[in-house]
Design a protein around this ligand. Structure first.
Ligand SMILES: Cc1ncc(COP(=O)(O)O)c(C=O)c1O
Length: 436
């Protein structure tokens, strides 16, 4: 049981009213919590303030989008200018062309672009396009990877181990009641970072597999980089079997490099999806890919639509955000990696001093803390063996000390985090460990 020590009177009252009107008192299952949820009053830079007046250094960043911090001035200005000129056109406009052109220049796999609103939708578009392009129905996904909450892919994200099958032959476990039966039969689930199993599955089912979809750096189950050579081998297997490779860069996109994880790791997929950090906090997602594949959308063979696609306020935010990321890339990525590695080092040192077995791992602009004795976490089964109950307690103890991390132990950095934010966070972390 988590005991909150900061004053949360107003939050507690709001939560009690919310439970009468909002299902479960929240608007997304990802925000369910055992205590009183965070009721944010305002956000600026790397900080959040709740309705009770408590301040937090924020490492959730809206689950990732606020890569430039909350309310970056360039983005706020672009949004308010555009809002005064129209909030929805459902028609073409010049800024969507400019943003598509910039995406094609920044992202290695991008030759054509289609915009959507959120990540789940863009993934849906990518899977449909892969099936339409190849004429095949099966999709291979990796255990522990999350590709949105829609029926065809909400499988085996964090499955109960008694349902998940053997580690080298996982079964597709649905994520929710009410999921349409049958989607699971089209899915082949493979452990991450296990080339032997992937090769066996591709040899057996490759001719039926439309696409292999992956988070190129797994960020929904820890922050797990691919083993050296692994994604190169995945790329090769896809080519051998005529299956498309889809990178789900909803988290990694623009966070690890201006061209996403595909630039950072040097592997070019056939299709990729972006969202979150692309528009500085506004809801814009994109499906991008090779012209030869995207042509199936260009010609109308594969349907793609949406009232709010390329909604002008979101696109104005994307244009301002991408301009900063592209034109100030040295400064942006220098800061993200420097702050990330300073925080990782500081947390490691605090845990060592406290004698707590804590693994701190990830590329830097996003990383994960795990309570474990293990030297490495390479896949979902390793992640499931870490002490997740302890992580939930740490999350609560950090909130009480003014630090907001993603409850499962994930940390997002922004360009707004300062060296003194990092120092304060390390102190809070040391205090939280002592309290545990
Ligand atoms: C890797 C990945 N793909 C897809 C999604 C779905 O995006 P959205 O929540 O915008 O629908 C998420 C959301 O967290 C994600 O992390």
């Amino acid at each position: 049981m988590v005991v909150m020590t900061r004053n949360l009177d107003v939050s507690r009252d709001l939560y009690s009213t919310a439970q009468q009107y909002l299902a479960g008192g929240v608007s997304s299952d990802a925000r369910r919590t055992t205590g009183v949820p965070l009721y944010v009053d305002r956000a600026q830079g790397a900080r959040l303030w709740d309705v009770d007046g408590n301040a937090y250094v924020d490492y959730v960043l809206g689950q990732g989008p606020a890569l430039l911090g909350h309310c970056p001035p360039e983005v706020v200005e672009a949004i308010s200018d555009q809002a005064a000129r129209g909030m929805v056109y459902s028609a073409q406009h010049a800024a969507e062309v400019r943003v598509a052109e910039r995406l094609c220049a920044m992202v290695p796999s991008a030759e054509r672009v289609r915009f959507n609103t959120v990540g789940s939708e863009a993934v849906h578009a990518a899977l449909r396009l892969a099936r339409g392009f190849t004429g095949r129905s099966r999709i291979l996904k990796f255990e522990g990877h999350y590709h949105g909450w829609l029926d065809p892919v909400l499988y085996s994200v964090h499955p109960a181990l008694d349902l998940a099958g053997p580690a080298d032959a996982p079964v597709a476990v649905p994520g929710t009641a009410g999921q349409q039966e049958g989607h699971g039969e089209d899915l082949i689930v493979c452990p991450w970072n296990d080339l032997e199993t992937l090769t066996r599955l591709m040899d057996r089912y490759g001719a039926e597999i439309a696409a292999v979809i992956a988070e190129p750096v797994l960020c929904n189950t820890g922050a797990i980089l691919p083993d050296p050579g692994y994604l190169e081998a995945v790329r090769k297997l896809c080519d051998q079997h005529g299956s498309l490779l889809i990178f789900d860069e909803i988290i990694t996109g623009f966070r690890l490099a201006p061209g996403g994880a595909q630039e950072y790791l040097g592997i070019t997929p056939d299709l990729s999806v972006f969202g979150k950090a692309m528009a500085g906090g506004m809801q814009v997602s994109a499906l991008v890919g090779k012209a030869s594949v995207m042509d199936h959308i260009s010609t109308g063979k594969v349907a793609h639509a949406g009232t709010f696609n390329s909604q002008p306020v979101g696109i104005a935010a994307a244009e301002a955000t991408l301009r900063v990321l592209d034109e100030r890339r040295d400064e942006v990525y220098g800061t993200l990696f420097a702050r990330g590695s300073a925080l990782m080092e500081g947390i490691r040192a605090a845990a060592e001093k406290a004698g707590v077995p804590l693994l701190v791992d990830g590329p830097g602009p996003v990383f994960q803390t795990y309570f474990t004795d293990a030297g490495a976490v390479r896949d979902y089964r390793d992640f499931a063996a870490t002490d997740r109950a302890m992580m939930a307690r740490l999350h609560a103890a950090l909130l009480d000390r003014g630090v907001n991390m993603v409850p499962r132990g994930l940390w997002f950095l922004s360009t707004a985090h300062t060296e003194s934010d990092i120092d304060a966070t390390v102190d809070a972390f040391a205090g939280a460990l002592r309290a545990l």
